[in-house]
Design a protein around this ligand. Structure first.
Ligand code: FAD
Length: 402
């Protein structure tokens, strides 16, 4: 039982192999990655890297030498195309096979794209998932150009912030009633709408994209309200789909993601999964957590269990987003919230999500102290009263002791 293969050399895959070695696993480790570059962090692709403020090498999660130094066989530019769970082999794109005793799937996700029928395949229509996408798109971010951003989630908003900072004319359409509708309270949507509007971004909510127009290269857009826009390029940020093809070939249970138990194990006891591709159970619900924090933590649990441990994964969700000079930090998950209480002052602003009397989550805008307080309260399952939250006189740190 000494041969571990990990497919997917991203945030989770890299964390998994590092944890295997740091916890003493001394068998064979092979890490298979479809991309040509060593495992890297994706968040800067829609932030500092896209803005041109960060070099590619700084994206790398670990120095390239780390893998060789730790006797990890990192195979880049290599795609796994099939898993035979009975024979316990992984087939690579060149037709060769790799045996495994235990396999981890850390295959991440794919961005949703627009159908070709509405112009999704035109030149100048970009998604942002990997380094190649960011590199392809970056030259278009030139002052004076007109960009249409489709989707008002975090990635769309971050791309809008970069475009605005670079001096582009930015229009963002969100077909839902408000930006961030899927993930945040109206108060947080309001905060970010105001922030973007103050930077000149034209945000149109409740308006979808009818189609993109142009012969080879996109030159225009028709919106669902009939508006026609002339544009130079478009950025699509309409969500992601878990990468489950390999899991399906292995015939493990897949349901909007690779289903994992609290040991990061799939329905096949020899196969584990972690990160964006995996579903997990959280407070009785089956969810996917599309975040760096989850990719690392779940992968580390998978590593320990693959190495013979018995570790349970309890997600402690956290997330962040950078837009202009605002750092948003989120602790907890707001699913099922009934009320939101706003705290002003302390240098920033924070939105506290409650289900009745129970604190679920906090969105903290330029407010790292209250983010930390909220995170620790949520992890300790403690809930201050809403009156304590909204009272500017409350010593927030003292809530951790009371
Ligand atoms: P990934 O990091 O996507 O890695 C999966 C890897 O598997 C990829 O390299 C892929 O090529 C490879 N792969 C897939 N199939 C195969 C195969 N068959 N064979 C070989 N290799 C394969 N999260 C935050 O918490 N905060 C943020 O601010 C934030 N910003 C983001 C901004 C952008 C632009 C993006 C794209 C994501 C952002 N995220 C953010 C999300 C975060 O980056 C992901 O949740 C995280 O990368 C998930 O890690 P993962 O290892 O599951 O997947």
């Amino acid at each position: 039982m000494n041969n571990i293969v990990v497919v997917g050399a991203g945030q989770a895959g890299s964390s998994l192999v590092a944890k295997l070695r740091s916890t003493g696993f001394d068998g064979t480790i092979t890490l298979i990655g479809a991309e040509a570059v060593p495992p890297y962090q994706r968040p800067p692709l829609s932030k500092a890297y896209l803005l041109g403020d960060m070099a590619e090498e700084r994206l790398y999660l670990r120095p390239a030498a780390f893998y060789a130094d730790n006797n990890i066989d990192l195979r880049l530019d290599t795609r796994a195309v099939d898993v035979d769970a009975t024979a316990k082999t992984v087939t690579l794109a060149d037709g060769s096979t790799l045996p495994y005793d235990k396999l981890a799937l850390t295959t991440g996700s794919h961005p949703r794209t627009l159908p070709a029928a509405i112009g999704g395949m035109l030149d100048g229509v970009f998604s942002v998932r990997d380094l190649k996408d960011a590199d392809a798109m970056a030259p278009a971010f030139t002052a004076g150009k007109r960009v249409l951003i489709i989707g008002g989630g975090y990635i769309g908003l971050e791309a809008a912030a970069v475009a605005s900072k670079r001096g582009l004319h930015v229009t963002l359409v969100e077909m839902g009633d408000r930006i961030l509708q899927r993930v945040a309270a109206p108060q947080t949507s309001d905060y970010f709408r105001d922030l973007h509007t103050s930077h000149g971004v034209d945000i149109r909510e409740g308006v979808g994209l009818e189609r993109l127009t142009g012969s080879d290269h996109v030159t225009g857009a028709v919106l669902s309200d009939g508006t026609e826009l002339a544009i130079d390029f478009a950025v699509v940020g309409v969500g992601i789909m878990p990468a489950t093809a390999l899991a399906e070939s292995a015939r493990v249970v897949v349901d909007n993601g690779i289903v994992t138990n609290d040991h990061a194990q799939t329905s096949d006891p020899s196969i584990y999964a972690a990160g964006d591709c995996a579903t997990l159970s959280f407070k009785g619900q089956t969810i996917r957590l599309e975040s760096v924090g989850n990719a690392i933590d779940q992968a580390e649990v998978a590593a320990q269990n693959m190495g013979g441990g018995d570790v349970t994964y309890t997600p402690k969700p956290w997330f962040w987003s950078d837009q202009y000079d605002c750092k948003l930090q989120i602790a907890g998950l707001n699913i099922g919230y009934t009320d939101v209480h706003v705290r002003l002052g302390d240098g920033g602003q924070s939105h506290w999500y409650y289900d009745g009397d129970t604190l679920l989550a906090v969105d903290a805008m330029n407010d790292p102290r209250n983010y930390m307080v909220g995170k620790r309260l949520i992890e300790a399952r403690r809930s201050p009263t809403p009156a304590q939250i909204t009272d500017p006189a409350t010593d927030m740190k003292a809530l951790l002791k009371s």
